[in-house]
Design a protein around this ligand. Structure first.
Ligand code: NAP
Length: 294
């Protein structure tokens, strides 16, 4: 691909991108392009499909073409860790890079998923993660691990980690134990009795698995184990309908938030890294909501 030609093909010029494989589904351009316009920034945000194993090469090409920044999504967030010149300490701790800022040719790697999760919880529930007891389903996956470590760093009251492949949750718990002054993280087996018991002492339930994206996905938890005091954060976003977990939560009278909120807040934090100014959050929120109806 002639990258200079690709970058020059756009008006305004392409200066920001999201990479993944596949990437066609990403809603990030619908949120970032109106934000750039609202701030009078003469730049366009595009999607670029990058195959596994080619992330470092892609970053160098973006830098050579005058790009300012890149978002990184599935499956490249881990590969990106080793493809930057300067790794932010939080991204190192969270084990993934989802934001690249290119400054004077240098590649700076950040993670905005963890801090975006904290903002999202605060906005949706008016609560701080540090005051909550969390149960994280899918804690062994990339997003679940980042949320678990971020919550531990924030000093949450209790951290219960659940993962289909339990060994992965145990590895995350061991990492958290090694952090300074972190709360104890326990691993809860993925079985009904253990989950029911854990839910009795949970405030915030996070779904960081990919279950819920398909209309026929089963509910992750026994619906009658959810109660009105639970706060439910489903990182999955499903166009055209509620996930089964959110539907069960609504039935129980529990408060909920879906993956669109995290998409918004992690995007706003990426914008702040690129432009060193607050993101136009309301413009981004409105455009994401409009895009979600398409
Ligand atoms: P990932 O690294 O591939 O992890 C997938 C997780 O889902 C693992 O914990 C995996 O368990 C679990 N899982 C998959 N199929 C399962 C099944 N049938 N039963 C039980 N567990 C199952 O993916 P990721 O990057 O962490 O993303 C996870 C989800 O979060 C995705 O839906 C993604 O779209 C969403 N997400 C949303 C945002 C946002 O901005 N809203 C940001 C990041 C991620 P095993 O370890 O046992 O395989």
């Amino acid at each position: 691909m002639n990258w200079q030609a690709v970058a020059g093909r756009f008006t305004p010029p392409a200066r920001l991108a999201v990479i993944g494989d596949p990437i066609g589904h990403s809603r990030s351009p619908q949120m970032h392009n109106p934000a750039l316009q609202a701030c009078g920034i003469d730049a366009q945000y595009i999607r670029v499909q990058v195959p596994v194993g080619r992330v470092a090469e892609a970053f160098r090409r973006f830098a050579a073409c005058g790009f300012l920044g890149v978002n990184i999504t599935i499956p490249h967030k881990f590969e990106a860790l080793d493809a930057v010149d300067v790794l932010d300490p939080l991204a190192r701790q969270l084990g993934a890079v989802n934001t690249l800022a290119i400054r004077e040719g240098q590649l700076h790697g950040y993670n905005s998923d963890g801090p975006g999760f904290l903002r999202s919880v605060r906005e949706a529930f008016g609560a701080d993660v540090k005051d909550l007891r969390l149960l994280i389903l899918g804690a062994g996956g990339g997003a679940g691990r980042a949320v678990a470590v971020q919550s531990a760093l924030s000093g949450c009251q209790k951290l219960m980690l659940v993962n289909r492949s339990q060994a992965k949750a145990e590895a995350v718990a061991a990492e958290i134990h090694a952090l300074d002054s972190s709360p104890a993280a326990s691993v809860v087996p993925w079985d009904e009795v253990a989950l029911r018991e854990a839910l009795a002492s949970t405030d915030l339930i996070v779904n960081a698995t990919s279950i819920g994206m398909q209309p026929d996905d089963a509910s992750l938890l026994p619906p009658d184990a959810l109660v009105a005091r639970h706060l439910i954060f489903d990182m999955v976003y499903r166009a055209g309908g509620e996930t089964p977990l959110l539907a069960a939560a609504r039935q129980a009278g529990a408060r909920t938030v879906d993956g669109l909120s995290l998409l918004l807040h992690q995007g706003a934090i990426s914008f702040e890294h690129w432009f060193d100014r607050p993101a136009p959050l309301n413009v981004m929120r409105q455009c994401l909501q409009n895009a979600a109806k398409e």
